[in-house]
Design a protein around this ligand. Structure first.
Ligand code: F6R
Length: 254
């Protein structure tokens, strides 16, 4: 593994070993906070990128007894219009990949509600922000990075201080995510997403990216200008952000 500083970058041979390294850090974080009788607040992502990471957390739970009894989670986003039971909803994804297999308390799971009535949306998003504050803030936020440079679903042009709200998905993001749907027409056009400001408030951030198709956005995020044109570039200004990459995703770094 190769490591650099600001933001820290770990280049691993493959997504599996990178995910194992991150899962071990999460287990250590949970244990050290538990020893102080403190909960661990995790910000979680969906999509293809964190699948090995969730697999590894499940393994640590079943084979090593890692308990999630003191863990509180907040997911980054949810598609507008998809209910909990919809197989493409992020509520469904998270339960399928992680929550149904570990001992987390259902009350400690937070995912924006994609079916909220438009009139109640503002209040729902404010309540989400408040719930994060009430939990003591996010200790560790896990992020994937979109090929557009988005973090959460904050597409290019989003302000650094944006908060949880409704966002439009770009055509490129809808195309990328169409692999999880029957057709591009089924991919929602909007989502509820934590804002860039919400994400950057996390005490620590782990940004994950695998594969050649992420190489150019990773290069821009780490070595390009800090700009709303690439929301992932805001991570350069975070005091404790680490990029977990595989070799192909790191190929364009200078
Ligand atoms: C998911 C999320 C998105 C994804 C990003 C990468 O909750 O907020 O930012 O992390 O679109 O998606 P994948 O991992 O499918 O390449």
């Amino acid at each position: 593994m190769i490591m650099t500083s600001t933001p820290r970058t770990q280049v691993h041979p493959d997504p599996h070993s990178a995910s194992q390294a991150l899962a071990t850090e999460v287990a250590d974080l949970i244990s050290s906070r538990e020893a102080k009788q403190l909960p661990t607040v995790l910000g979680l992502a969906t999509g293809a990128t964190p699948i090995h990471f969730y697999e590894e957390l499940r393994r640590l739970h079943t084979e090593h007894g890692l308990s999630f009894g003191s863990v509180i989670t907040f997911n980054l986003d949810e598609y507008v219009g998809l209910g909990r039971q919809d197989p493409q909803s992020y509520w469904h994804f998270m339960h399928d990949q992680l929550f149904d297999h570990i001992d987390i308390h259902a009350d400690n799971i937070h995912i924006p509600d994609g079916t909220i009535a438009e009139a109640d949306l503002g209040q729902h998003c404010e309540a989400y922000e408040q719930a994060i504050k009430n939990a003591g803030g996010i200790d560790l936020q896990i992020l994937g990075i979109g090929t557009t440079g988005h973090i959460g679903f904050n597409e290019p042009g989003t302000a650094r201080d944006s908060r949880t709200g409704i966002v439009d998905l770009t055509e490129e993001t809808r195309q990328s995510n169409a692999v999880f749907f029957n057709s591009i027409d089924d991919v929602p056009t909007k989502a509820i997403s934590m804002g860039c400001g919400t994400i950057l408030d996390a005490k620590q951030i782990a940004a994950l990216a695998w594969g050649e198709r992420k190489a150019s956005v990773v290069q821009g995020a780490l070595q390009g200008p800090v700009t709303p044109d690439c929301p992932a570039s805001f991570l350069q200004e975070h005091p404790s952000a680490t990029f977990y990459l595989d070799q192909p995703a790191a190929n364009a770094l200078r």
